[in-house]
Ligand binder design. Structure first.
Ligand SMILES: C[S@@+](CC[C@H](N)C(=O)[O-])C[C@H]1O[C@@H](n2cnc3c(N)ncnc32)[C@H](O)[C@@H]1O
Length: 279
């Protein structure tokens, strides 16, 4: 992966548009050109290095980056997941970084859920350039609906590790769907990005709750709301319809959960919540 020192930090996000303004197509062209000029770039490390180069020298990209990424690579190396699922591919940075680690550690499949067709096709092109087309499968559309679809088709039977990095209010909803579908087994590990920046209090509350607390909440039928998220986070994908696929979850599942502090590729403080099902 691209090893960036403090001088190689990504461009700051800024207050305006920070994605879907042509930069993703520009990135793909940049990486393709560099790979044509020098085919030795066509490896996971080579492609990630080029994406990092674009993010630090041209425009900000909402990738996990080279500071938080290794936290999850270490988990993959320790736990050796056979099947890993990711929510939110964007341009495929985390897909390449984590699928490469899954493959190195004997895993079979990396399934990446991405709502946006254009982002998914850019991610797919970069994954192919990185030589990981044999292990990565993209599922395009809303993650919540597609979890039901994939499960119904028999294409998703169990998950060993999950990386959550999509619409922040959907973390709890998709985890509950996975629980209800029986996809979360004892030992399944969840790694949730951005729990400090922009933050995800509802998710942290859910994975840190006791069985009794979850049962009480389910009994009182309290609804998930967007109240605990900054307006910018709720409206980030405002051009898409709100998801209606839901499931109650399994309150009997017990998790062990802890926060690992780290940084965004811009240097901004952030953290990853690591959660393991213990019973
Ligand atoms: C922060 S980016 C992902 C970055 C990527 N994981 C990485 O680190 O390289 C979030 C992505 O989630 C996607 N997304 C948002 N809501 C989604 C949903 N409900 N289902 C699937 N993808 C979603 C967005 O289109 C966007 O590409």
């Amino acid at each position: 992966m691209g090893s960036l020192d403090s001088e190689g930090q990504y461009k700051v996000k800024g207050d305006g548009t920070f994605f879907n303004d042509g930069r993703e197509e520009q990135l793909l062209e940049f990486v393709q050109q560099k790979c044509e000029q020098n085919p030795s770039n066509k490896t996971p490390e080579g492609v990630l290095q080029l994406v990092d180069e674009y993010g630090s020298q041209q425009k900000y990209l909402m990738n996990i980056g080279s500071k938080k990424g290794p936290i999850i690579v270490k988990l993959i190396t320790e736990r050796k997941p056979q099947t890993m699922v990711e929510f939110g591919s964007y341009v495929g940075y985390s897909t390449i970084l984590f699928a490469s680690a899954v493959k190195r550690n004997g895993g079979k499949e990396y399934i990446s859920f991405e709502r946006d067709t254009k982002f998914a096709s850019i991610a797919k092109a970069l994954v192919e350039l990185a030589g990981l087309g044999d292990i990565v499968r993209f599922v395009i559309g809303s993650s919540s609906k597609n979890l039901f679809v994939q499960h119904g088709l028999g294409q998703l039977k169990s998950i060993d590790m999950v990386f959550l990095d999509h619409y922040k209010p959907a973390y709890v909803r998709d985890l509950k769907i996975c629980e209800s579908l029986g996809l979360i087994s004892r030992g399944t590990v969840l790694a949730a990005d951005n729990v400090i920046s922009p933050g995800n209090p509802s998710y942290l509350e859910y994975v840190r709750s006791t069985v009794q607390e979850k049962k009480r909440k389910l009994d009182s039928q309290s609804e998930e709301t967007h109240e605990k998220f900054p307006e910018r986070t709720v409206n980030q994908y405002q051009d898409v319809e709100e998801d209606d696929a839901q499931a109650p979850g399994d309150p009997n599942i017990e998790y062990n959960s802890y926060l690992v502090h780290s940084e965004e590729p811009t240097g901004e403080p952030d953290g990853i919540e690591i959660t393991t099902r213990i019973s």
